[in-house]
Design a protein around this ligand. Structure first.
Ligand code: ZN
Length: 295
């Protein structure tokens, strides 16, 4: 459970460094605060049950996400293809509604705290898609040449939704914050969205800001977890889970034939490397995912 609200009250009280003893007391105070923060900030990933460190509250992450998303959308062009936009919204609604119904039935509605789903297709040839931690899902027109059926769209959408559900963004920022705190920045970083430190971390974590709309790759661990949860989401919504390994195989072969020169540094190909291990892991997760069909 995320108990950040309680934790924010234990910020180290930074006093002027008048003599060496004060300095070491301060350092000890910071370390105690960090330990307390770590103890009280354990989260559990929905579906996989993995424990994770979450130093930021859902509302902090949502606030930061919304402002980055707004910035992105202010310069993005919405697709003029009604047919494609409708298909995207249809898949999105079917997936999110099925997920919400499933979580309600299993008494886990809290898993979506801070998330409000929204689906946008933007006019861009770039092969990309992302989901902000706040639930804003964006597909670029370019990815629809690969995700060209509702099942394939569900593969990409399920994967991107999974990053948000599993709070991978918060976890990545928390890991970075813990490193920063251990370095020196202490109290300024955690517990504040107004402060520039949290914003900087968010920008660094998501690559938003100077290059809006560009998301940094997640770690391999997060990618595999998102693949797995994505499969469960497809199964819950009644999509063909076999489409997932097929989609990644298709991506892998396209990647080989088109060559890396066609893929920009931050598109879906580069942030989602599809090798044989990834496809193998997806196949291995299929039997588990089948258990979610009809739930
Ligand atoms: Zn991903």
């Amino acid at each position: 459970m995320n108990k950040n609200k309680k934790r924010t009250g234990i910020q180290p009280n930074i006093q002027p460094n008048t003599h060496p003893t004060t300095h070491s007391t301060l350092r000890r105070g910071i370390l105690v605060a960090i330990l307390a923060a770590l103890l009280y900030s354990c989260g559990t990933v929905a579906f996989t049950g993995r424990k994770q460190m979450l130093l930021f509250s859902d509302s902090q992450i949502t606030e930061l996400s919304k402002s980055s998303y707004k910035e992105f959308m202010s310069s993005a062009k919405i697709s003029t293809s009604k047919k494609d936009s409708q298909m995207l919204v249809q898949v999105g609604k079917r997936m999110t509604e099925a997920l919400e119904a499933y979580l309600k039935k299993s008494g886990n509605e809290g898993a979506l705290s801070g998330i409000t789903w929204d689906y946008k297709l933007v006019a861009s040839k770039e092969v990309n898609a992302f989901c902000m931690p706040s639930g804003n899902i964006v597909f670029y027109e370019g990815i629809l040449q690969y995700a060209n059926t509702p099942d394939y769209i569900a593969v990409v959408m399920g994967h991107e939704m999974a990053h948000a559900i599993a709070k991978h963004g918060n976890e990545r920022m928390s890991q970075q914050a813990a490193l920063n705190v251990l370095g020196s920045a202490a109290g300024e970083v955690i517990g504040s969205t107004k402060g520039t430190a949290a914003k900087k971390l968010f920008m660094a974590g998501f690559g938003m800001g100077s290059q809006v709309g560009i998301l940094l790759p997640y770690s391999r661990k997060h990618e595999y977890e998102a693949d797995r949860i994505g499969l469960y989401l497809m199964a819950i919504a009644g999509y063909d889970i076999e489409a997932a390994p097929k989609f990644w195989e298709k991506m892998a072969s396209k990647d080989e034939t088109s060559g890396k020169e066609n893929s920009s540094q931050n598109d879906f190909f580069s942030t989602h490397p599809c090798d044989s291990k990834r496809i193998e892991a997806l196949r291995e997760a299929l039997p588990e995912a089948r258990k979610y069909i009809g739930l």
